[in-house]
Ligand binder design. Sequence first.
Ligand SMILES: Nc1nc2c(c(=O)[nH]1)N(C=O)[C@@H](CNc1ccc(C(=O)N[C@@H](CCC(=O)O)C(=O)O)cc1)CN2
Ligand SMILES: Nc1ncnc2c1ncn2[C@@H]1O[C@H](COP(=O)(O)OP(=O)(O)OP(=O)(O)O)[C@@H](O)[C@H]1O
Length: 193
Amino acid sequence: MHSTTQKTIQSRHNIRQQIRKTRQNLTALEQTQAEQNITQQAMDLITLRQAQNIALYLAFDGEISTQLLIEKLWQQGKNVYLPVLHPFCPGYLLFLQHRPNIPLMRNKFGILEPQLNVQNVLPVEQLDIIFTPLVAFDQQGNRLGMGGGFYDRTLQGWQQKSFIPVGLAHQCQQVESLPIESWDMPLFGILVA
Ligand SMILES: Nc1nc2c(c(=O)[nH]1)N(C=O)[C@@H](CNc1ccc(C(=O)N[C@@H](CCC(=O)O)C(=O)O)cc1)CN2
Ligand SMILES: Nc1ncnc2c1ncn2[C@@H]1O[C@H](COP(=O)(O)OP(=O)(O)OP(=O)(O)O)[C@@H](O)[C@H]1O
């Protein structure tokens, strides 16, 4: 029989579809274990970097939950920020402070975000770590997101700025290598649970 060892180069669209499906199928137990594991890794990194202003995200679509991590950060007096879709710059994010019991609203994608209030916006230059959601990643630290380019724009030229972008991912989100576009920003690192 003729064995085809040729690697199929998948499109970004196909990778997104496939990994999102796999991620949605993780069990509740797998999700809980991943959350506990990632919380410990993230706390260690935050301590190491002496980070005070930390951007997180609220999970959807099977992403690793950040709830436990957020609670721990509040307990330690750290400032937590969440991405909010920019009201008049399409494709851009604002980062708003997240505090216990603040009102959250669903954006057009159904993701919870803080109510827009200019007083709670922090310029990205003042963030120490931006933990990013992602759909797929590879060994080189490349990141494939949901396809809106939101984090690519936010992370543009981060090497010259004062924050580091760190991805949070389930092991099942790793692929051998991602097809890269000119605007893709490699991450500082990726924590994998
Ligand atoms: N938790 C979390 N928050 C986040 C992101 C994320 O990836 N995860 N984002 C990271 O960028 C931004 C939102 N980006 C998103 C981009 C596309 C879709 C989405 O569901 N797209 C549909 C089709 C488009 C539509 O319904 O209009 C889809 O692919 O099925 C969702 C979020 C900001 N907040
Ligand atoms: N820095 C940028 N400036 C202008 N357009 C950009 C920039 N980065 C990405 N884009 C545009 O955004 C679109 C989506 O990009 P891409 O598919 O890489 O998103 P993604 O990384 O998967 O999504 P996200 O970052 O929201 O999770 C592309 O069409 C690209 O042209």
